[in-house]
Design a protein around this ligand. Sequence first.
Ligand SMILES: *Cc1c(COP(=O)(O)O)cnc(C)c1O
Length: 334
Amino acid sequence: MQYYSLYKSAPTVSFREAVINGQAPDKGLYFPDNIPQVSKELIRNLSAYSKEAIGFEVMKPYVGGSIPDDILKKIVEETVSFPFPLIHVDEHIYSLELFHGPTYAFKDVGARFMSRCLGYFNQNDSRKTTILVATSGDTGGAVANGFLGVEGVDVIILYPSGKVSPVQELQLTTCGQNITALEIEGSFDDCQSIVKQAFADNDLKEKYRLTSANSINVGRWLPQQLYYFYALQQWKENDAPVISVPSGNFGNICAGIVAYVSGLPVKHFIAACNSNDTIPKFMATEKYEPQESVTTISNAMDVGNPSNFVRILELFHQNISELKSLFIQRFCFR
Ligand SMILES: *Cc1c(COP(=O)(O)O)cnc(C)c1O
């Protein structure tokens, strides 16, 4: 598996390089050069497989030889070492609980997978890697926890002052060791633009090997597919599900769409947004107009310029009507 830049003016790279670089040198996001089909046998008999076995089968083609099988198996085992229960809510309605990881954020899955991959890639390297990450709340804690104590990796977290919850602020600022949290006077988008600016700074890049741990990074983005396999594993209804995903940077739902394109049966996706409604507006007007993010009580979704939406467009070959037939946008949490 090779990864190309969505801006199409950087060389294609292996999974290893895509994880180490975070973003392509032309500032595009990396995207897999094909979406492999998951075996029909696996899809038909999901409930007969362990979550570790599903995780290994699904992730193996994406890792594409960058990590030996026995080590990848161990990484997957450690990544999904907590339950993902599908809870019955009402007739035909279920909730997939993704808060059983160490920081209670679904981002634990991506952060744990990526940190272990990077730990493996760094093994025989004397140069340190510095991870720069912007957070609106949940990402920082999951990344801090996932990378705490990983040899050869320093983590710098930027978070918007007064806009994360007290528990989140404690998760970010009390790790110590290789984790540094910086409180930024501004919004999440300001934090994200500082991170992007740092990646574009050649002087900085000469001194530090910088990478991101936002869902920009394929090592964090792609393992999120596994939630959808685990949901379907526990799904007992006859029809394929309609899946509603609370969305901010659109990494989670985009990973779900990757799972769908690989063969997982899903009827529709609903991107649930709060007042930060850049994508619902795009679906209505077909014009992409990023907005300043507005602060809400669902702070993990306060994103005015969702990074991963370009990946969703790529999955649909930039065909907006095809995208619309799978995708419904909903407004909630107003
Ligand atoms: C991160 C997060 C989101 C947004 O996820 P994206 O992948 O950025 O769309 C929504 N809700 C919660 C609780 C989160 O932690």
